[in-house]
Design a protein. Structure first.
Length: 429
């Protein structure tokens, strides 16, 4: 047993555990608790789209509402485990605001401090305006990671991070294009590792979705940007929202039919042309199907395009996209800069490890081209060398100076909202 695991298990034993963070890290930790017969009470999450939902059999409370639920338990038996990937310090600083600072708490990332993303498919069936895959002739290999390589990657992950409890099987690509996605999910579950997937859900052949879905992945994010054709087509090029909506209905049907516990989150990208009637209708659909709906102000990806913008190098695609953004690149940077990270700190670099379909490792999930690699092959590079190469990466100091980690984390949501409110909606139905 690893040292971290035994230290963690000692703290958890005999406690009634409250998991703060109902997204992937929390869901992975919840799986860990179930398999170790630990006593979990509920989730806490400040995201309204998760509150009052039941995930993995546990109710999600808002930080304000949890007090009443836990008041009947002796406080010395309670333990809050903060299970998030990049915002734990923010949560710790708010415990007092919710009168929860009298409870014992620990941070899961103190025991498992590295979170893995494996882009099992380096290609996509769509060409969304804000995504790297829309860049013509981008020159990045569009491989699919072989099942054999996935197995090897998993073995190395278990060695590099024995307490790994979840992985995301996507970064830039569409994982449902992988012909063996069902087997990959099964493989990770056999090692007791929870799985997160993301999809555009614009697939005519629902079998591509159904086979992996039947393996009960923990989390499925469905990314879209509109309820009606026109708004959706403007930013999800190549997709079909009618097909996506019919697949959302099928998801609900099959989740119920097979009694699956997959949590579905509709991730709605907000633009000027979809933030009115389109959003309202999609929220109604999410409510009808009992799926969560989270909104995010669309931003420009990948990091290379934002660098070009900051350097005054414009490209037609970014300019066109910017006209539809509720928060422009400059406004997003300005808003997020008001909540700066400590100097020299970037959570994308410190606790994330991305593995591309061709096994290369970029410095972080935000860069797309192969100019900023920290390993040419994850399987052949020690974790120590990867971390060393990350800390020596030439783009990070410029990126931090420009406050791009903060921009990509969407820090200072109120600031973003206030910029968005200044824009006239051009919602199209
Ligand atoms: S500083 Fe920028 S480039 Fe470096 S890891 Fe962070 S987000 Fe990525």
């Amino acid at each position: 047993m690893s040292d971290s695991k035994s230290r963690l298990d000692n703290l958890l034993k005999g406690k009634k555990i409250i998991i703060w963070g109902a997204r992937m890290v929390g869901q992975g930790f919840s799986r860990y608790c179930s398999s170790n017969n630990l006593d979990t009470l509920c989730f806490i999450d400040s995201d309204p789209s998760l509150q009052n939902q039941t995930i993995k059999g546990l109710k999600v409370f808002s930080p304000n509402d949890v007090g009443r639920f836990i008041s009947s338990f002796p406080k010395e038996e309670l333990l809050i485990v903060i299970a998030v990937s990049i915002k734990s310090s923010e949560i710790i600083s708010t415990l007092k605001n919710f009168s929860l600072d009298h409870l014992e708490f620990i941070t899961y990332s103190d025991y498992s401090n590295i979170f893995f993303t494996i882009d099992v498919v380096g290609a996509c069936n769509l060409r969304c305006a804000s995504c790297a895959h829309s860049i013509p002739d981008h020159g990045v290999p569009m491989n699919i990671m072989s099942f054999e390589n996935v197995k090897k990657v998993l073995n190395k992950i278990k060695n590099d991070a024995p307490l790994c409890t979840h992985v995301a099987l996507y970064s830039w690509g569409e994982p449902f294009l992988h012909p063996k996605l069902d087997q990959i999910i099964e493989l990770f579950h056999q090692s007791n590792i929870a799985v997160a997937l993301s999809t555009n859900l614009s697939h005519e052949n629902f079998d591509k979705i159904l086979k992996p879905l039947k393996k009960n992945p923990e989390n499925l994010k469905v990314s879209l940007s509109g309820y009606y054709d026109q708004a959706y087509d403007n930013t999800h090029s190549g997709g079909d929202i009618t097909l996506v909506k019919s697949n959302l209905y099928k998801l609900r049907y099959f989740i119920d039919k097979y009694k699956l516990s997959t949590h579905v989150d509709i991730n709605y990208h907000l633009y000027r042309d979809n933030n009115g009637k389109n959003l309202e209708k999609m929220q109604n659909l999410a409510d009808e199907l009992n799926f969560g709906l989270s909104t995010v102000h669309a931003l420009v990806m990948p990091l290379e395009r934002v660098f070009n913008h900051c350097d005054g190098v414009s490209d037609r695609q970014t300019e066109d996209l910017s006209k539809n953004l509720l928060v422009t690149i400059d406004e997003g940077i300005q808003a997020s800069s008001e909540k700066p990270l400590p100097q020299g700190v970037c959570p994308f670099r410190e606790n994330q490890l991305n593995i591309n379909a061709d096994l290369t490792v970029p410095v972080c999930c935000l860069v797309f081209n192969r100019n900023h690699l920290v390993s040419n092959n994850y399987l052949d590079t020690s974790l120590q060398d990867i971390n060393l190469n990350k800390s020596n990466s030439d783009i990070c100091s410029k990126c931090m100076k420009l406050k791009l980690p903060e921009y990509n984390m969407g820090f200072n949501k109120e600031g973003w909202k206030s910029f968005a409110m200044q824009k006239t909606s051009s919602d199209v139905s």
